[in-house]
Design a protein. Structure first.
Length: 116
């Protein structure tokens, strides 16, 4: 489960170095350029936003994209995938409206970045 207690990073740490050494892999090949440069500053995920973050993360490959001669435009998340993610993650029905509203904020900001 993702959240404040979980350790989900895009960084080269001692654990990654050890695993890569055992496999003969360069750990720099497994992380983003941003992580190689020291990574973004850490952030705090408030408890009331953990569910929305988990749904957003679960849907990270479920964007609706329009392609044309000028490139691709990310419209937003596939709502069918959002519904499945909420059910699979066990988001209580009573919380789904609030989580969906939080997710829409994340989706809007994500689309701005992806379409920049």
């Amino acid at each position: 489960m993702l959240g404040a207690e979980a350790s989900v990073h895009d960084e080269i740490d001692d654990d990654l170095r050890g695993q890569c050494a055992a496999l003969g892999i360069d750990p720099a090949e497994l992380v983003s350029d941003q992580a190689k440069a020291g990574g973004p500053p850490p952030f705090e995920l408030w408890a009331e936003h953990v569910d929305a973050f988990e749904v957003f993360h679960a849907c990270r490959r479920s964007w609706r994209v329009i392609t044309a001669g000028f490139g691709a435009v990310y419209q937003g998340l596939d709502l069918g995938a959002v519904d499945v993610a909420m059910r699979r993650l066990g988001i209580a029905r009573a919380r789904q409206r609030e989580v969906f509203q939080q997710l829409q904020v994340m989706e809007d900001e994500g689309a701005k970045i992806l379409n920049a």
